[in-house]
Design a protein around this ligand. Structure first.
Ligand SMILES: NC(=O)c1ccc[n+]([C@@H]2O[C@H](COP(=O)([O-])OP(=O)(O)OC[C@H]3O[C@@H](n4cnc5c(N)ncnc54)[C@H](O)[C@@H]3O)[C@@H](O)[C@H]2O)c1
Length: 449
């Protein structure tokens, strides 16, 4: 099939590349000319495992191209995806300006019947707005071209996006038009050969499904962070609690880790946007608001532990803090709403200096923070320890999981580790002569002599 995709971010680029990999002809359109030029020259602007060779191979095979020329890409596409950003507006609602701008462009240039597929995460009712926008632009041209608007929310995980796209656990398609389902069924057939994983439903339910999925996952995380808070106060270990509840299949092992708070481009904004929608429609989103509030508080927690350890924020002045991990989670360079950002701002505000290492996110950190005297971006985890007083682990990259604690003890002037992802065994760290603070590990907090 001839496929056009608007937006070459995490979703659009991965989707386009995977569709090309299974044989479709894909034109990816973006308004960011530098990004498009880079992609045409094999420069993949994001870190996503396995993506770069797929982009290169499919581009070389002529199945995948990148352009800023929306007009000709729309003329070719029989399926046109919208995969542009839906960032939060000031009031927490989803900002639809990019989605509606694409709809307008499609209406201006549509030449042949097409299925318009919305992959961006959008509030219920957006498909209707996209349909109206396209129809208005077509009418203004005096053009009478048949088109459908379908909701097809994306569930990929950054860090494993190619795998998720190639082996989806479900493909949600929202439309009341059987012909559109049929078309998408054929488009996605190569990804679901072993058994059907298409869940067809009406448009509004599909739009809500995406928010419900992210809100449910965020809820599990905030729940565990709240349990961690209790554990810390009552002298229990949330890691033990996690193991005690995860084996119950009704609860499950996924997303029950306490930590430094969830971040990324989706959970924070989607929880807020769903709460906003709920309020607009007269529902009280008590749970969603609590999930968000717990997470906001949790992002302060690492800093609070440091303040508690040192005995007041003013005591952090002049300290050098080694930070391991800046990305919002491992295997990505994405720092949108990352817990590290809150921590760094708090450390800087109290006069501490940061020496940070992230395997992939240094470039992004430099873009966000710019050059500043109190931030050193190191090219290895060990380099952050040079002259450091304390270590904070913010992202659980695999390479941080088994450090030599003896070396850490010798390197860190204050001999203290703050483990924002509970990756270490407290007893092991303490045995090496370091003070250890995890999240919700009340029994293991060692106060220095
Ligand atoms: N990132 C994820 O893990 C993820 C997962 C599921 C769903 N989503 C949703 O998918 C959507 C896209 O997310 P993302 O992370 O890929 O966004 P992103 O910010 O990484 O990329 C968006 C891209 O769209 C481009 N763009 C903006 N306006 C455009 C226009 N008029 N025409 C063409 N291109 C345009 C931007 O230049 C940018 O390259 C969002 O709604 C998000 O909530 C994201």
């Amino acid at each position: 099939m001839d496929v056009t995709i608007f937006g070459t971010g995490y979703v659009g680029l991965v989707t386009g590349t995977c569709l090309a990999e299974v044989g479709h002809h894909v034109d990816c359109v973006d308004v960011d000319a530098a990004k498009v030029e880079g992609l045409e020259n094999g420069v993949v602007p994001i870190h996503e495992p396995g993506l770069e060779p797929l982009v290169r191979d499919n581009h070389a095979a002529g199945r995948l191209s990148f352009t800023t020329d929306a007009r000709s890409a729309i003329a070719r596409g029989e399926v046109i995806f919208i995969a542009v950003g839906t960032p939060p507006d000031e009031d927490g609602s989803a900002d639809l300006q990019y989605v509606l701008a694409v709809a307008e462009t499609i209406g201006l240039h549509l030449q042949r019947p097409a299925v318009i597929v919305n992959k961006s995460t959008v509030p219920v009712g957006t498909a209707d707005r996209v349909r109206d926008t396209i129809a208005r632009a077509l009418a203004a041209r005096g053009a009478d071209i048949a088109f459908d608007v379908v909701s097809n929310p994306e569930f990929l995980k950054e860090g494993d996006a190619v795998n998720d796209c190639m082996r989806p656990d479900r493909i949600v398609i929202g439309t009341d038009n059987p012909a559109a389902i049929d078309k998408l069924r054929r488009l996605y057939a190569p990804f679901i050969r072993s058994h059907d994983r298409i869940v067809a439903m009406d448009v509004r339910s599909a739009e809500l499904t995406k928010y419900a999925a992210n809100a449910m996952l965020a809820t599990k995380i905030s729940f565990m962070n709240e349990v961690a808070c209790i554990a810390e106060q009552v002298g229990a270990d949330v890691e033990m609690v996690r193991q005690g509840i995860g084996s119950d299949p009704r609860i499950g092992w996924h997303f029950i880790y306490a930590g430094a708070g969830y971040g990324g481009s989706c959970f924070p904004k989607d929880v807020q946007a769903l709460a906003h929608s709920a309020r607009r429609h007269g529902c009280a989103p008590r749970l969603l608001e609590a999930v968000d509030a717990v997470n906001e508080a949790q992002k302060n927690h690492l800093f609070e532990l440091m303040v508690r350890h040192y005995g007041g924020p003013e005591t952090l002045r002049g300290k050098t803090v080694a930070v391991w991990g800046l990305a919002f989670k491992p295997d990505t360079d994405d720092m949108r709403a990352a817990a590290s950002r809150r921590l760094l701002e708090q450390l800087w505000a109290s006069g501490a200096k940061v020496q940070a290492y992230d395997p992939e996110a240094s470039r992004e950190a430099l873009r966000i923070f710019g050059g500043r005297d109190d931030l050193v971006l190191c090219d290895a985890a060990s380099a952050t320890l040079d002259g450091a007083d304390a270590l904070v682990v913010v992202t659980e990259w695999k390479q941080f999981r088994s450090p030599d604690f003896g070396e850490l003890r010798d390197a860190l002037r204050d001999r203290v580790v703050f483990d924002g992802r509970n990756v270490y065994e407290p007893a092991e760290v303490e045995a090496a002569g370091l003070a250890y603070y995890g999240i919700g590990r009340g029994r293991s907090v060692v106060r220095p002599e």
